[in-house]
Design a protein around this ligand. Structure first.
Ligand code: KIV
Length: 271
């Protein structure tokens, strides 16, 4: 019997049962109502209101500028568009690091004001106090290890992380720490496939990969990359399922042509 096919609503318990049952978890990003409706109707398990909204929606170079208010605006729009999937929201940069009380306050605002189902934050041992304090309020927490874009100025580049033994060992121990602290899942971004497999075997909670190979318990992509809206972003790990940039560009060109020629609106398209 398939756990996710039976489930009317996806919860952290369903996600855990999916891992236990060997069923892969499908996760995508969403930042608005219309996109959330489409992805939820398609049967997605988790929607991530990612701080990648800073890049994708606002055109910033990094995820650092997005604010908590902006994340709440995106998250509440997504929540209004879904019926079934689990919605997890990124805690933005500057609202949880080094201050677990601030982290709890930020997480509570997200849950109260957006109606989302959980939060995600980046880092391991260095943010564990924040993780633990948020969990005391009964808020599900997802970890994020490997390439953590909020630390881009520390890394210097967006290249593959944890290729060296020492960083790989630290990542594994951070994953165990996040699990022990009570996280319901962990995103592993852009790390060697072998390391993803090792972590997914070592910890019992679901591991969701992006650029981490097929050994994870599920996969996440930025939806705008997956459907080809962000046409210039072409990392090796990305599979494009559509070319919406060109579909929308060509539709717009046709619309402009029809308006200019007077073909639109025709007799049937007016009152
Ligand atoms: O913000 C985001 O979209 C993310 C994914 C890349 C996992 O954190």
């Amino acid at each position: 019997m398939s756990v996710h096919k039976e489930a009317k609503r996806i919860t952290t318990h369903i996600l855990q049962s999916m891992k236990d049952n060997g069923e892969k978890i499908a996760m995508l990003t969403a930042y608005d109502y219309s996109m959330a409706r489409i992805l939820d109707e398609a049967g997605i398990d988790i929607l991530l209101v990612g701080d990648s909204a800073s890049n994708v929606m606002a055109g910033h170079e990094t995820t650092l500028p997005i604010t908590l208010d902006q994340m709440i605006y995106h998250a509440s729009s997504v929540v209004r568009g879904i019926k079934r999937c689990f919605v997890v929201v990124d805690l933005p940069f500057g609202y949880y690091q080094g201050d677990s009380k601030l982290a709890l306050k930020s997480a509570i605002r997200i849950m109260k004001e957006s109606g989302a189902h959980g939060v995600k934050l980046e880092g391991g041992a260095e943010v564990i106090d924040s993780v633990k304090r948020i969990l005391t309020a009964g808020i599900p927490v997802m970890g994020h290890l490997g390439l953590t874009p909020q630390s881009i100025y520390k890394f210097g580049t967006y290249t593959v992380r944890a290729k060296e033994n020492e960083e790989a060992k630290r990542l594994l121990s951070d994953a165990v720490l996040l699990e022990k602290s009570g996280c319901f899942g962990i995103v592993l971004e852009k790390i060697p496939a072998k390391l993803t497999t090792k972590v997914a075997k070592k910890v019992k909670i679901p591991i969701i990969g992006i650029g981490g190979g097929g050994g994870a318990d599920g996969q996440v992509l930025v939806t705008h990359d997956m459907v080809g809206i962000t046409k210039d972003f072409k990392p090796r790990f990305l599979r494009r399922y559509a070319d919406l940039f060109n579909v929308m560009k060509e539709s717009t060109e046709s619309y402009i042509k029809d308006v200019r020629s007077g073909d639109f609106p025709n007799d049937k398209e007016q009152y």
